[in-house]
Design a protein around this ligand. Structure first.
Ligand code: OSB
Ligand code: MG
Length: 375
């Protein structure tokens, strides 16, 4: 039984060690909302909202998510008794459109509280089976093909099991080819973040020669029909990211043939219950999934790592260790990767598996709100 009596929101600023550039924008300092959730029985856990600074990935931003959590999401769960965390998703979907990242932050936090209460590590609590997960890196758009090939080579030397290359028109085939020529045997893929249209199909088809694991979200964020048309013209599997916002969209992808792989980001689909449903559906369809990233702090990473321990997460995720993003993460221990490119799933204690460094959080905090059940 879960009944939250308080959620504390804190916005922090966390500088990336280097700017991260994708086709739709660049970020050098993350604005991150952390949630500290407290159950009526005193159990506390933390979660993270993955909304970005700008509405370029989805329509949500840090500011819209803060408002949505405060005004719409928290009032639906504070003081309400839930028999199980899996019951929260439906309550947040009823007559409440969109705001997946705001909903997910609270819903996942409730899974964290429930796992802590149950005395079980989060990964095991949701049905995870792995004790180590394979790690990939997502490389932002680089200044030149050579710079990209160097970065990709360094990543493979460090142990990463997959290198994802961000592309955009004019920085695509020559860039990916340079990485492929430098790394003939590496697991490489490309992510376009919606930068193309069907008019670019011939360019995208040139990527077929470069033996990529997949091409992620080449076309518009909400367009499954044209992805299906493009998939018919490509040998390389299309992986959808932005387009998959719910189980229904995952089913549509399969029905239409709009892609063959799904990048599950729990924030994008409204949380863990939805992620689990997509995972299970894809497993039944023979569609592999992997865990995407949103440049999370160590708090959000705990949830991604737990999710990636599920059986059908068979491809390396965008789950780099703390030091790839931050000079100092907000959790201890920090997330680390072994030289063989794996990350341990915390199994030695209940809940999310890391402690939040509250002094660090408060030192980089720019606003706070304490939300309580109004009686
Ligand atoms: O498309 O996967 C994406 C980061 C921000 C927004 C969108 C994406 C990404 C990444 C980062 O690729 C992956 C990571 O967190 O390491
Ligand atoms: Mg993506």
């Amino acid at each position: 039984m879960i009944r939250l009596d308080q959620i504390t929101l804190r916005e922090i600023r966390l500088a990336l060690r280097e700017p991260f550039k994708i086709s739709s924008g660049v970020v050098s300092e993350r604005r991150i909302i952390l949630l500290e959730l407290r159950d009526a029985d005193g159990t506390v856990s933390w979660s993270e909202c993955v909304a970005g600074e700008w509405p370029n990935y989805s329509s949500e931003t840090v500011d819209t998510a803060w408002l949505a959590i405060e005004a719409y999401v928290a009032p639906r769960v504070l003081g309400v008794s839930f028999g199980a965390p899996g019951d929260v998703h439906a309550v947040l979907e009823r007559d409440f459109r969109g705001h997946q990242m705001a909903k997910a932050a609270v819903e996942m936090g409730i899974w964290g509280v429930a796992a802590t209460q149950a005395g079980i590590p989060l990964g095991r609590f949701i049905g995870g089976v792995r004790s180590r997960i394979a790690v990939g890196i997502s490389l932002g758009i680089q200044p030149s093909p050579q710079a990209l090939a160097d970065r990709a080579g360094a990543a493979i030397a460090e142990g990463y099991r997959k290198v994802k290359i961000k592309i955009e028109p004019g920085r695509d085939v020559a860039f990916v080819r340079a990485a492929r020529e430098a790394l003939p045997d590496a697991h490489l893929m490309a992510d376009a973040n919606n930068a193309y249209t069907l008019d670019d199909a011939d360019t995208l088809a040139e990527l077929d020669a470069l033996d990529l694991m997949m091409i992620e979200q080449p076309l518009a964020h909400d367009d499954l029909v044209r992805h299906a048309e493009l998939q018919r013209r490509l040998r390389t599997p299309i992986c959808l990211d932005e387009s998959i916002t719910s189980l229904a969209r995952a089913q549509d992808m399969v029905t239409l043939g709009a892609g063959r792989i799904i990048n599950i980001k729990p924030g994008r689909v409204g949380g863990f219950a939805s992620s689990l449903a997509i995972h299970d559906y894809c497993e039944g369809q023979g569609v592999p999934v992997w865990c995407g990233g949103m440049l999370e702090s160590g708090v959000g990473r705990a949830y991604n790592v737990a999710l990636a321990s599920l059986p059908n997460f068979t491809l390396p995720g965008d789950l780099s260790p703390s030091r790839r993003y931050w000079t100092q993460d907000v959790v201890s221990p920090e997330w680390t990767m072994t030289p063989d490119g794996t990350m341990g799933v915390p199994l030695d204690r209940p809940g999310i598996g890391v402690d939040v460094d509250i002094e660090h959080v408060e030192a980089i905090m720019v606003r706070r709100a304490v939300l309580r059940h109004s009686t």
